[in-house]
Design a protein around this ligand. Structure first.
Ligand code: AHM
Ligand code: MG
Length: 332
């Protein structure tokens, strides 16, 4: 019998990380290990998400399932999984998660890195089988090795990020990340348990025809956003909004487009968080040739003063973001 098995060709994430590390003769491998730890947690979270609806894990906290075990929401499960992987991996001294008010100390005070993470973003889509994501950002700590990390290790600003990425749990699971030398994307092959390089060196289209925003907030939007939306409609652009930032971002990154979360009456500083939503995606978009602003300035330059600080976000194809900036009613 013909025993040939069709094997996916290509580079695995592990090999890719290793090759990159070898390109830097002084690299110690700690960041590489940290990225592998994140990928491992992503696989575990992916498994949990795929069980959603089957395993009674999508219920509210505090309620219990038929066996009397307490149920947890998927976002809490994702938080626990990432924390565990990062703590056990040993390369991270402290973590800031959307799920926790203050810094989580891993006990690895000798580690060089800190991580900010939104373990499962797109909360409104979790229970309805629509794409959701994880967003992460990595900094090299400024405080002395061997001591506890401090808030200022996390408040270095967007330009100080060493690496950033996201995982999209969609029709397939993809992990996209940058260490400041371009952006690469990997698709998960579940039966092999490996991420394979599927989007090498992502370059974003300079211009696009997709705009993404929550139309229900339109009456709150600043005039320059309204003017720009009107232009999009006159040009018959497509409106696409999932309500999962990672999904909306990933689509626009590959196809070209623009995403807005402007200030609203309910959220006067915007809804999204600088540390684990806006900064990492802005790092990625710039690396892919796109732009990100807060409506006033380059997003990566926005001063950050607190761990869960919010910011308006305008992010996407270079020409589109530039056009928004050129609208005369722009407040400067
Ligand atoms: P979350 O962190 O509570 O999930 O909120 C973030 C999400 C983003 O994924 C998405 O882009 C945005 O909130 C959608 O907000 P809205 O429903 O107000 O349009
Ligand atoms: Mg979020």
């Amino acid at each position: 019998a013909d025993e040939k098995i069709a094997m996916p060709v290509g580079v695995t994430l592990d090999r890719f990380i290793k090759r990159n590390q070898e390109a830097f003769p002084f690299a110690t491998g700690e960041l590489s290990q940290l990225l592998r730890d994140i990928a491992l947690a992503a696989k575990i979270v992916n498994r949990e998400i795929n069980k959603a609806g089957l395993a009674d894990i999508t219920g509210e906290i505090g309620t219990s399932n038929i066996q009397g075990e307490s149920q947890q929401k998927l976002d809490v499960i994702a938080h626990i999984r990432f924390m565990r992987a990062l703590r056990n991996g040993g390369e991270v001294a402290g973590i800031v998660s959307e799920e926790e008010d203050s810094i989580l100390f891993t006990g690895n005070d000798d580690a060089k890195y800190v991580v900010a993470i939104d373990p499962l973003d797109g909360s409104s889509n979790i229970d309805v089988n629509v794409s959701i994501g994880t967003i992460f950002s990595i900094y090299r700590r400024k405080s002395e090795i061997g001591t506890r990390v401090t808030e200022s290790d996390f408040l270095q600003g967007g330009d100080a990020q060493v690496a950033a990425g996201y995982v999209l749990y969609g029709s397939s699971t993809v992990l996209v990340y940058t260490t400041g030398c371009g952006v690469n994307g990997f698709t998960y092959e579940a039966s092999l348990g490996e991420f394979f390089l599927s989007y090498p060196t992502i370059t974003m289209p300079e211009d696009g025809t997709i705009y993404s925003l929550n139309d229900g907030n339109l009456h709150d939007f600043p005039p320059q956003v309204l003017t720009y939306i009107d232009k999009c409609r006159r040009r018959r652009y497509s409106a696409r909004y999932i309500g999962s930032l990672v999904g909306d971002f990933h689509r626009n990154l590959l196809k070209g487009g623009i995403y807005f979360y402007p200030p609203t009456v309910k959220t006067p500083n915007g809804k999204l968080r600088l540390l684990y939503e806006c900064f990492p995606l802005s790092f990625i978009i710039e690396q892919a040739g796109g732009l990100a602003t807060d409506g006033r300035q380059r997003l990566l330059g926005v001063p950050i003063r607190s761990l869960h600080q919010r910011s308006p976000l305008c992010i996407g194809s270079k020409k589109m973001v530039e056009e928004v900036e050129q609208v005369p009613s722009m407040i400067r």
